[in-house]
Write a protein that binds this ligand. Structure first.
Ligand code: CMC
Length: 389
């Protein structure tokens, strides 16, 4: 009693035991349930990875078909959720709308409070993975003043998401399969990342035994921040501001002087390279083959080259992270910057839910309640207003 460790940002404190994701930051290793991210990105689909992350094993054919069927069946949301979303201002940020509408789902599914029943947890996990693209796409259509598009359950998970975003007529929507695959890979890369800020938020809120929609809404809020998922949006804005390669040296000097951060660089865990960034570079090539090269690619590549040779970044072990190139791909796929973090959230949903599911079954878990080191005054005597003023 009375003894505690001061560890702001939990840089050295394990908050849980988990068998979902393994990271070796020095070696640049990322594995979901023991499978290397490179193999999953190359050979798997987002929904298969979602099953793996949540349930710990690759699905059999029957399990996979049932999982895809269930998720497809739950893509629609209650009409009143639509009404709720339509109440936002025309310029509402889609992440704010996503956070609020995910939280609102808790009122539509009061059965979700029955968190100790495994079948019930499965139901909520399916619902949430199914509905995230619908909510995200509607937040996007809202900002554009366009009618919301209902899910098309004949399409795959990722193609249906693109249809809800970009469909402009009654004609059947179809996207270039290479672009659909690239987006699927990006979702796979984001599916889990152990105790990052938003997952920690989901676990922390979930430890109060609230329903999973409320816990995941907290995760969306954490992800919104520019030091976490919001970094992909910030990277693109930064690249646009830099504009041309000639402006890079002055920009780098500003970063070194502490005026701002080089967004998309650095990671709490990866100190050599981020394996996701390597895979994303390859996805960039695939997408640009279809869409033509994003002119900001040249700025990004030169920025990376200069930073990797600069002592400031080398000394601090700052390398490009997953967000450095993802924004360029999203932009090539016609997403506006405000949508980038929504894409991250849709990809991260299986991870949040897997971690929540693990937490609920973990007998050792307690309600999250860190200690503090109090630095304020003590035992003051209250002076009435008439004597103070
Ligand atoms: N640009 C310039 N300097 C940096 C950067 C950067 N991007 N990142 C860290 N530093 C410096 C920082 O100023 C500090 O320097 P000093 O020792 O002289 O004070 C040193 O490096 C250590 O930084 P830190 O803030 O203590 O490191 P952290 O592990 O707490 O932060 C981070 C990790 C990701 C928040 C940070 O690197 C950062 O802000 N990066 C930019 C934002 C970004 O790209 N975020 C996306 C992360 S990956 C996606 C995700 O999982 O969310």
């Amino acid at each position: 009693p009375g003894l505690c460790t001061y560890d702001p940002g939990f840089t050295n404190t394990a908050s849980c035991k988990s068998s979902i994701t393994y990271i070796d930051g020095d070696k640049g290793i990322l594995e979901y349930r023991g499978y290397p991210i490179e193999q999953l990105a190359e050979q798997s689909t987002f929904l298969e990875v979602a099953y793996l992350v949540v349930y710990g094993e690759l699905p059999t054919k029957e399990q996979y078909d049932a999982w895809v069927h269930e998720i497809t069946y739950h893509t629609f949301v209650h009409e009143n959720v639509k009404g709720f979303m339509q109440g936002f201002r025309y310029d509402a940020h889609p992440m704010g709308m996503l956070m609020a509408s995910v939280g609102a789902l808790s009122t539509f599914y009061p059965d979700a409070r029955n968190i100790h029943d495994a079948d019930n947890r499965h139901m909520q996990i399916v619902r949430m993975i199914a509905k995230m693209p619908t909510l995200g796409a509607w937040a996007f259509r809202h900002a554009q003043g366009k009618p919301y598009v209902y899910p098309d359950n004949e399409l795959s998970y990722t193609e249906n998401f693109l249809a809800m975003l970009f469909k402009m007529s009654e004609l059947k929507f179809s996207a270039d399969p290479r672009l659909v695959r690239a987006l699927d890979v990006l979702l796979i890369l984001h599916a889990d990342h152990e105790q990052n800020c938003s997952t920690n938020a989901v676990r922390s809120v979930g430890s109060s035994q609230v329903d999973p929609y409320s816990a995941v809404a907290a995760g969306v809020g954490a992800l919104y921040g520019p030091l976490h998922g919001g970094a992909n949006e910030a990277v693109l804005k930064m690249l646009k501001r830099i504009g041309t390669v000639d402006n890079i040296p002055a920009f780098i000097e500003g970063v070194k002087a502490g005026n701002e951060r080089l967004m998309g660089f650095g990671h709490r865990v990866y100190k050599n390279f981020d394996p996701r960034a390597k895979i994303i570079k390859k996805a960039c090539d695939d997408v640009f083959e279809v869409t033509g090269v994003n002119p900001l690619l040249q700025v990004a590549q030169e920025l990376e080259r200069i930073a990797l040779e600069d002592e400031y970044f080398v000394k601090r072990k700052l390398y490009p992270n997953v967000d450095f190139y993802s924004g360029l791909i999203y932009e090539a796929l016609q997403f506006p910057p405000e949508m980038f973090t929504v894409l991250f959230a849709i990809g991260r949903a299986p991870g949040w839910l897997a971690q929540w599911n693990e937490l609920i079954q973990d007998k050792e878990q307690k309600i999250a309640r860190p200690k503090q080191i109090y630095t304020g005054d003590r035992t003051l005597t209250f002076v009435p207003r008439e004597e103070r003023w």
